[in-house]
Design a protein around this ligand. Structure first.
Ligand code: ZN
Length: 152
C-alpha cells in the first residue's frame, strides 16, 4: 500500500536496487559510489546536472520516505549531511539544495526513496538543474573519487 500514486517504470528491475546489489542497471549504467553504510548508499547522480550532484538512497527498496523505519530515516539524514559536507569541501559550490520527492504528484521518478544533494552555483540562475544525458561512468568515478576524500 502506498499513500501516493507511484511512478510506473518500463524497466523490469529497479535501477537503485541494482546499484545496491553492485549490478549494472538494465540500461547499462554503472554506479559511481561515494559512500556506503549499513543502511544507505551514496553515489554520483548518473545524469548530467551540476557537477557533484549526489543521490543518497536507502539500501532497502521502499518507494517513499513514509515507508522508511525511523532508523533508516535517521541514517539517510545523517548520510545526506555527510554527503553535503563532502561535496561542499570538494567542489566549493555557492550553495546546496537538498530535496526528496514522494509520489508522481511531487515529480517522483524512480520509486526507491532517494535524497537529492545538489551543489548550486550563482550561474544556475536560481533553477535546480533537471535531467540530462547520462554521464560516462569514468567521469562520474572521477567525481566520486574527489568527493570521497572528504567523506567522514
Ligand atoms: Zn529499488
Amino acid at each position: 500500500m502506498s499513500y501516493f500514486e507511484l511512478p510506473k517504470s518500463r524497466r523490469e528491475r529497479c535501477p537503485f536496487s541494482d546499484n545496491v546489489a553492485g549490478r549494472v542497471t538494465e540500461r547499462g549504467t554503472r554506479c559511481a559510489v561515494v559512500a556506503e553504510t549499513e543502511l544507505t548508499l551514496t553515489f554520483v547522480a548518473p545524469r548530467r546536472q551540476h557537477h557533484g550532484r549526489l543521490l543518497v538512497i536507502s539500501k532497502r527498496h521502499v518507494p517513499t520516505l513514509l515507508d522508511l523505519t525511523d532508523r533508516e530515516a535517521a541514517a539517510i539524514m545523517r548520510d545526506t549531511r555527510r554527503a553535503a559536507l563532502a561535496v561542499t569541501k570538494a567542489f566549493k559550490p555557492d550553495g546546496l539544495t537538498i530535496y526528496q520527492n514522494n509520489g508522481v504528484g511531487a515529480g517522483h521518478e524512480i520509486p526507491h526513496v532517494h535524497m537529492h544533494v545538489v551543489p548550486r552555483y550563482h550561474d544556475d540562475d536560481g533553477a535546480i538543474p533537471r535531467k540530462g544525458p547520462v554521464i560516462a561512468y569514468e567521469e562520474r568515478a572521477e567525481v566520486a573519487a574527489r568527493i570521497k576524500q572528504f567523506v567522514t
